[in-house]
Design a protein around this ligand. Structure first.
Ligand code: 13P
Length: 256
């Protein structure tokens, strides 16, 4: 059985002091979680303090982005070895906000994924369709194009270090989550596409998170879908109570 994986994407929220306060509250709430991988992804500046606070806990730290070169004249960027040095073990790559506001493409996302893997950082690779694309019946072709482009040149060994996050753009920050059936349909399509690329046994071992307005009230229904292996949580990860409740929902399902 695939171990469920719940990650919090804090986006551009929280100073280092606020971040430490949040993880200090969170870590005591999840001491009894043993069947779920837990990750928080703070803004870069808060990563060292969060990492220090989470030492000796099961919660891992991720970044929200990475650049594709190791070092050099790239003003404003942060490299994979820098993230590893700061204690990160995951990195979100290709989030729709980065595609939309920072013009990331499948090709640059692919470069970032390869660089992260080179430094043993596990990518959380985000894909998802816009409302327009869904309404035009383009959801599956869009997902396929994003998978083909983002995973170009990735082999069967490397893919096993990647987590896929299906985040329909219309569900992000809108309060309107995909229904469990919509999520399952997309996840099943993603897994069958991965099976074509890497073979069924490997695809069956890969974890696919759902993201988009996940909250304690809908977590259990989404996470109980057969191909939904976790959640990438935005707004509800900014409060210890709601994030811990989502983690607990995943734990309860995993223990059954
Ligand atoms: P919300 O949970 O706030 O909708 O954000 C989802 C998301 O974008 C996580 O990466």
């Amino acid at each position: 059985m695939r171990k469920k994986i719940i990650a919090g994407n804090w986006k551009m929220h929280k100073t280092p002091a606020e971040a430490v306060q949040l993880v200090n509250e969170l870590k005591v709430k999840v001491v009894n979680i043993h069947h779920v991988d837990m990750i928080v992804c703070p803004p870069y500046l808060a990563i060292p303090a969060v990492q220090a606070s989470l030492k000796e806990t099961a919660i891992r730290v991720g970044a929200q982005n990475v650049f594709w070169e190791d070092q050099g004249a790239y003003t404003g960027e942060i490299s994979a070895p820098m993230l590893v040095n700061a204690g990160c073990s995951y990195v979100i790559i290709g989030h729709s906000e980065r595609r939309q506001y920072f013009h990331e493409t499948d090709e640059t996302i692919n470069r970032k994924i390869k660089k992260a893997l080179e430094f043993q950082l596990k990518p959380i690779f985000c894909i998802g369709e816009t409302l327009e694309q869904r309404e035009a019946g383009q959801t599956f072709p869009v997902l396929k194009t994003q998978l083909d482009g983002g995973l170009a040149g990735i082999d069967a060994a490397a893919i096993q270090n990647i987590v896929i996050a299906y985040e329909p753009v219309w569900a992000i920050g809108t309060g309107r989550n995909a229904t469990p059936e919509q999520a399952q349909e997309a996840h099943q399509f993603i897994r069958s596409t991965l099976a074509e690329k890497f073979g069924r046994p490997i695809a069956d071992g890969l974890r696919i998170q759902y993201g988009g307005s996940v909250k304690p009230e809908n977590a259990e229904a989404l996470l109980s879908q057969p191909d939904v292996d976790g959640a990438l949580v935005g707004g509800a990860s900014l409060k210890a109570d709601s994030f811990a409740d989502i983690i607990q929902a995943a734990e309860n399902l995993s223990k059954q």
